[in-house]
Design a protein. Structure first.
Length: 510
């Protein structure tokens, strides 16, 4: 078996995803054949692999950090929340049902351990190293019995564990100590040490605390990563426009044209794949913001209605907020609107939904001549086509089937046959996520938006979204290479947790 490591965190959003990606990029630059792995992911931000399997987008990003094609083995269990108490369970890339949190943790989760371990074993038999990402905190003592993503997987696969803590939010020493002290002796034996994330200031001022932490726990700190703006690429959840952060907070060329272009993204409930707008935010002169009030659409040159796990719920929210009327008015005035996936469905005439919301016939906004019927089978594809005279590719993740009975074709094949979407004037709709990452298409689309909005905006001729993504992944690799003890980290990956690590009382409750 290959070397391995589990990157755990003191909390959610401690930086596990980006640290995992950074370790992966550092290793691959050393000539190591490496793969990412996350046994169970909870996220609405997902991706479709070449074999047509749905996995967490964070694992797809980590696979890119490894310079390998993402596969379903890298994320065998994906939970897609449909509300506060239930999620769609995606097993080996395909949806297998909807479960309440109690139902999942009450038995279903334990049943998936074998599948998870088989996937990890397959990866470890193929790669030199597998860098695993945990979820939340390993010290969630109420869930330890059924855990298959933190110490459960570490114990079964004998993986050393590195605990990441976000010092920027405070309390990192207490979090490190408490995480270890709430684990059983068997679990504690695998926790090798700590990694401090998002540190600002003089590291020498932190060192006495790290020495005391070592004295208290017998575990060393493997690195102190400095705070860097714009590293939250392909987050699992939240409302970050990751590349906007990277571009706006570093040196950016001035807009090519005389105007900027303002993009407003409706922050609808259960928003999925909000990373679709990252490529817009990467363009010099494009300003992207999330909005939830109708008056915030007034000065926008383009409004985006993004994907959602709850199309009918999002439609109701838009109506309650007054955003639905603002969108209809905007379309009637000939002002640009883009709907993606669930947002595309919302712009249509009506929705027949006996699958997701089970509300039957629901009237849409009536902006596009489209009727949507929700099928039980989920569409999971990686289509390729062209639009606006440019090649474009994307990925589809949806239950809704669109019947287009008017307007113009949006995406077509090389013979002009319609593949997806609809356009009426400056209103576009498509099921294709990720299409704006195609540079030529994005530039052509922005030129059309600028013309319709009356803006003297000109897209930069040389912005490469793929190159920006690679630069960010290299920045993550640099953080590990420059600010972690990479020799010690490699010994950990290769040989496992040090022997004789002390037990820190009280341990897990009986």
């Amino acid at each position: 078996m290959s070397g391995g490591l589990l990157v755990a965190g003191t909390t959610s959003d401690a930086g596990k995803s980006v640290v995992t990606a950074g370790i992966c990029r550092w290793l691959v630059r050393q000539g190591v054949k490496v793969a990412p792995f996350k046994a169970q992911n909870m996220s609405l931000n997902s991706f479709v692999t070449r074999e047509g399997a749905e996995i967490g987008r964070a694992q797809a990003m980590q696979a890119q950090a490894c310079r390998v094609e993402p596969t379903v083995q890298m994320n065998p269990v994906l939970l897609k929340p449909g509300g506060d108490r239930s999620s769609q369970v995606v097993l080996m890339g395909k949806p297998v049902g909807e479960l309440s949190a109690r139902g999942y943790h009450g038995g279903r989760q334990e049943q998936l351990l074998g599948t998870v371990l088989d996937c990890l074993a397959e990866l470890r038999g193929t790669y030199d190293a597998v860098i695993c990402e945990g979820a939340g905190s390993p010290a969630e003592i109420n869930l330890r019995r059924t855990d298959i993503v933190n110490m459960g997987i570490a114990r079964n696969a004998r993986l050393p564990v590195l605990v990441v803590g976000d010092i920027d939010r405070g309390g990192v020493f207490a979090s490190f100590f408490g995480t270890v002290a709430l684990l059983s002796p068997e679990d504690q034996a695998l926790v090798a040490g700590f990694l401090v994330n998002k540190f600002r200031g003089d590291v020498s001022l932190l060192e006495p605390g790290l020495d005391m932490l070592h004295g208290l726990t017998g575990r060393r700190t493997y690195g102190v990563l400095p705070f860097r703006h714009g590293l939250g690429i392909d987050e699992e959840d939240g409302l970050r426009v990751s590349l906007r952060g990277a571009v706006r907070e570093s040196h950016v060329a001035a807009p090519v044209g005389e105007d900027v272009l303002r993009v407003a993204v409706c922050a609808i409930p259960l928003m999925s794949n909000f990373t679709d707008v990252d490529a817009l935010a990467a363009e010099p002169g494009v300003v992207v913001r999330f909005v939830d009030r109708p008056e915030e659409l007034a000065d926008a040159d383009l409004v985006v209605v993004p994907g959602t796990r709850g199309t009918v719920k999002a439609l109701r929210w838009l109506r309650e907020r007054g955003l639905a009327d603002a969108l209809v008015r905007r379309a009637s005035e000939g002002r640009p609107v883009l709907g993606v996936c669930g947002g595309f469905q919302i712009l249509g005439e009506h929705i027949e939904d006996e699958v997701e919301s089970r509300e039957g016939h629901v009237e849409g906004l009536g902006i596009l001549p489209v009727r949507v019927r929700f099928a039980r089978e989920k569409t999971l594809t990686r289509p390729v086509g062209e639009a606006l005279g440019e090649p474009v590719e994307g990925y589809e993740i949806h239950h809704g089937v669109a019947e287009v009975h008017g307007g113009a074709t949006f995406f077509s094949d090389d013979e002009g046959h319609s593949l997806d979407g609809c356009r009426v004037g400056p209103v576009w709709g498509t099921h294709w996520h990720g299409s704006l990452e195609s540079d030529g298409f994005r530039r052509a689309f922005l030129r059309e938006v600028a013309a319709a909005a009356g803006r003297r905006f000109v897209p930069a001729p040389d912005t490469s979204f793929a190159a920006l993504r690679e630069e960010q992944l290299d920045r993550l690799g640099d953080l590990i290479e420059q600010h972690a003890d990479t020799d010690a980290l490699w010994r950990l990956i290769e040989s496992g947790a040090p022997q004789g690590l002390p037990f820190i009382p009280p341990g897990a409750p009986a």
